[in-house]
Design a protein around this ligand. Structure first.
Ligand code: SF4
Ligand code: SF4
Length: 295
């Protein structure tokens, strides 16, 4: 079984649309499980028009709680907190949303008045599409520890893939370069970096490349809306060439893509002969070859 992760560095480049179309195309050939680890803004289910089958709360975050019956107001806990999560003058108050659950305050407290407890910080949702199962994580508003939610999503996706003897897990990863991205790349066999020809996207592409290189995971680039800015298109290709990264496919700007999203369908299903769909089919083929080379 192979695990493919699609990342983007920059948000808004069409990553989820690309994942949805690849999922549909691969499901015609392979037994598939999809995962959505963009836990801040999961939307792969919407792009696919998937139906919610199951949903459960996740307690993947730890927070400090004070037992005021024991507290003597010494405020030593406030001094030790590196996240400024404890305020107050003679009685400590924990600012829960910024508490990282590091536990430093518990070791400092002379009265053993602070306890670290797990708290609910998100949901794990299971969706069905016509022929694929989608495991998606969702961080609660203001929640922390999104990387832990990604770990839970990946574990569940692997379990579902094993149960159904799936040959591939295709993951819609998060944008950026933070913990959720690192957790998404960990253990992946191949990373596709979706980008678009703009200076901002190139800048973010370079940053996310550094994360992927750390894991030594093979990667390729999918250039979406490839014709919107020829100069940036050349800059991205130069960057790819300089670093020996393959450009897997160039997907032209095509209004069929946003129209398909508006209709909750992948473009390859809604408009199979649109230019974007043809390019996505090429991407699926080239990516398949790359993955087969890994075995
Ligand atoms: S657990 Fe860590 S972050 Fe939270 S209040 Fe204690 S010292 Fe601060
Ligand atoms: S260190 Fe312990 S006893 Fe002192 S203020 Fe904090 S919670 Fe209260």
């Amino acid at each position: 079984m192979k695990e493919i992760v699609i990342l983007s560095g920059k948000g808004g480049v069409g990553k989820s649309s690309i994942v949805a179309s690849l999922g549909v195309l691969y499901a015609r050939k392979y037994k598939m499980v999809l995962a959505d680890t963009d836990v801040d803004a999961p939307n792969l289910n919407l792009v696919l028009g998937a139906k919610l089958r199951d949903s459960e709360e996740i307690a993947a975050s730890s927070k400090a709680f004070i037992d005021y019956a024991k507290c003597i107001g010494c405020m030593m806990c406030k001094d030790v907190c590196q996240f400024s999560s404890i305020i107050g003058v003679d009685q400590p108050i924990i600012i829960s949303y910024s508490c990282e659950g590091c536990g430093a305050c518990t070791f400092t407290c002379p009265e053993d008045a602070i306890e670290i407890k797990e708290v609910v910080n998100g949901r794990l949702n299971i969706f069905d599409t016509e022929n694929m199962l989608l495991v998606a994580g969702e961080l609660h508003i203001g929640g922390t520890s999104s990387g832990h939610i990604v770990d839970i999503v990946k574990r569940r996706a692997r379990q579902e893939a094993e149960n159904s003897r799936a040959e591939m897990i295709l993951t819609d990863g998060p944008p950026g370069i933070g913990c959720p991205v690192i957790a998404s790349v960990k253990g992946a066999d191949y990373v596709v970096l979706a980008t678009e020809p703009t200076p901002a996207a190139l800048n973010d592409l370079k940053r996310v490349v550094e994360v992927v290189k750390h894991f030594k995971t093979p990667l390729g680039i999918a250039l979406n809306r490839s014709d919107i800015h020829p100069e940036s298109n050349r800059a991205i290709k130069q960057f790819a060439q300089d670093n020996d990264f393959p450009i897997l496919s160039e997907i032209p700007y095509d209004k069929s893509m946003p129209m398909a999203v508006a209709n909750a369908q992948p473009v390859v299903s809604a408009y199979p002969s649109a230019p974007a769909s043809l390019a996505l089919r090429k991407l699926a083929g080239v990516l398949s070859e790359r993955i087969n080379e890994l075995s």
